[in-house]
Design a protein around this ligand. Structure first.
Ligand code: FES
Length: 153
């Protein structure tokens, strides 16, 4: 039967992170452990899901502070249920949708004009004549503000 309490090494190994990363997450208050009678640090098995969610959220560019705030909505003393995780994912829904839309735009536009001011691509004169988009914002304006994109007549 799978152990319900796990050692530092087991958690780090199974989660695919270093022990220092584990301690870092704990120091940041993202996960918790306790000490057993032998004064060894132990984790509840559900810490593996928390770590998996932390890593996935970081990959999506969500900050540790935002992750901490969201994970704080999960019960501490009991293993989070499906409903708990559903509540959590709702919390991130809008952010994740925005990031997914941004990544789709990047995928679809990387070979076209992204409104960055370089004027080096074939379609720049159409989508960003004389770098007019600079008046609206800095950076890749058409990635950040797709609503500014002109439709090609
Ligand atoms: S890609 Fe840079 S301005 Fe068009």
């Amino acid at each position: 039967m799978a152990a319900t309490e796990l050692s530092v090494g087991t958690v780090a190994n199974r989660a695919g992170i270093s022990i220092s990363a584990l301690h870092f997450y704990e120091k940041k208050g993202l996960i918790r452990s306790w000490r057993n009678q032998g004064n060894q640090r132990r984790y509840k098995r559900d810490v593996l899901r928390r770590i998996a969610v932390i890593k996935a959220a970081q990959t999506m560019g969500i900050t540790l502070e935002e992750i901490k705030e969201t994970l704080s909505t999960l019960p501490d003393q009991r293993t989070p249920t499906k409903a708990d995780w559903q509540r959590l994912s709702k919390h991130w829904q809008r952010q994740l949708d925005k990031k997914i839309a941004y990544m789709q735009r990047l995928r679809d536009k990387v070979d076209g004009c992204i409104g960055c001011g370089c004027l080096s691509m074939q379609h720049c004169p159409i989508y960003n004549p004389d770098d007019q988009l600079a008046e609206h914002s800095s950076g890749a304006v058409l990635l950040e503000h797709p609503e500014l994109e002109k439709t090609e007549k």
